[in-house]
Design a protein around this ligand. Structure first.
Ligand code: SF4
Length: 237
C-alpha cells in the first residue's frame, strides 16, 4: 500500500510554545519504557507491533521475552511460524505475530536485512500501517515525520482544531502533525513524537482532559479556555 502523501501545512499558532512546554514536561514525566532506550529498528518494530492492540503495562514482559527468543530480525526470519506464535502466546491478536514474521522474511529478501527508514517504504511491509511506519521512522531513525495514533490525534484535535472536533479529517491531523515536527530531524523528532503520545496517554486522555494540570495548557486552544472538564460528562472535542 503506498503511503498517503501528507499535505504541507503552516505550523499552527503557538506551535513553538506547545513544543517547548511539551518537551520540558516529557523530560521530567515521560515513562522509562524499554523501547525508549533503544534505536534498534527491529526492537522498535517488535514493540510497535505488540503495542498495536495491547496496553503498555502488559507489553513490557512480552517484549523482553520475545527478544530473548528472537534477538535479531534474521533469527525471526529463520523461525518456524508455529514457534513464533508460541513466543507471542498470551498477547492475543496472533495476526500481528504472523505479520511480523512475514515482515522479517520480506526485509531479509528484499532489503538485504535492513529495515527501511522512510515511511513510504515502511508502509509497504506486512502489517505496517501509516502510524507504525511513522513510528519506526521516528523512533528508530529519528526522522522528522509524524506518527499519529489515537492518543496523538486526540491531542492535536483538542490543541489545534477544537472547532472541528471529531470532524477534523485524518488528512488535516497528519498535516498538522507534520508541521509540528518539520525540520527537526534527529533526537528532537524522536522526543517530540514520544512526548505528544505520552501526553495523550497520561494527561489528555479519551476519558478526561486534565487541562488544569496540563503542561501545554497555555498553548492549547481547548485548555486555554477551560480547565479539567470530564469529557464523558460534557461533550467536547
Ligand atoms: S490543555 Fe487540555 S485539551 Fe489541551 S492538551 Fe492539555 S489536557 Fe488536552
Amino acid at each position: 500500500m503506498p503511503a498517503k502523501s501528507t499535505p504541507r501545512a503552516a505550523a499552527p499558532v503557538r506551535a513553538a510554545e506547545f513544543r517547548r512546554r511539551l518537551l520540558r514536561w516529557f523530560r521530567g514525566h515521560g515513562r522509562d519504557l524499554p523501547w525508549r532506550r533503544t534505536r534498534d529498528p527491529y526492537h522498535v518494530l517488535v514493540a510497535e507491533f505488540m503495542l498495536q492492540q495491547t496496553q503498555v503495562s502488559r507489553v513490557e514482559a512480552y517484549y523482553h521475552r520475545f527478544l530473548e527468543r528472537y534477538p535479531t530480525l534474521q533469527a525471526l526470519a529463520r523461525a518456524e511460524s508455529g514457534m513464533v506464535r508460541e513466543a507471542w502466546s498470551g498477547l492475543g491478536y496472533y495476526r500481528r505475530a504472523d505479520h511480523l514474521h512475514r515482515l522479517a522474511r520480506v526485509v531479509l529478501e528484499d532489503h538485504g536485512g535492513t529495515i527501511p527508514s522512510e515511511p513510504e517504504h515502511l508502509v509497504r511491509l506486512p502489517g505496517v500501517g501509516r502510524y507504525t511506519a511513522g513510528a519506526v521512522a521516528s523512533f528508530a531513525y529519528e526522522r522528522a515525520t509524524p506518527a499519529i495514533d489515537t492518543n496523538v490525534a486526540r491531542v492535536i484535535r483538542r490543541a489545534f482544531h477544537p472547532r472541528l472536533g471529531a470532524r477534523a479529517t485524518e488528512r488535516r491531523l497528519w498535516a498538522t502533525g507534520a508541521a509540528l515536527v518539520r525540520g527537526r530531524d534527529g533526537p528532537a523528532a524522536w522526543a517530540f513524537n514520544q512526548a505528544i503520545m505520552e501526553l495523550g496517554a497520561l494527561v489528555c486522555t479519551a476519558r478526561v482532559a486534565r487541562c488544569g494540570e496540563c503542561p501545554v495548557r497555555t498553548a492549547c486552544a481547548t485548555g486555554s479556555k477551560r480547565a479539567g472538564v470530564t469529557l464523558s460528562a460534557a461533550k467536547g472535542p
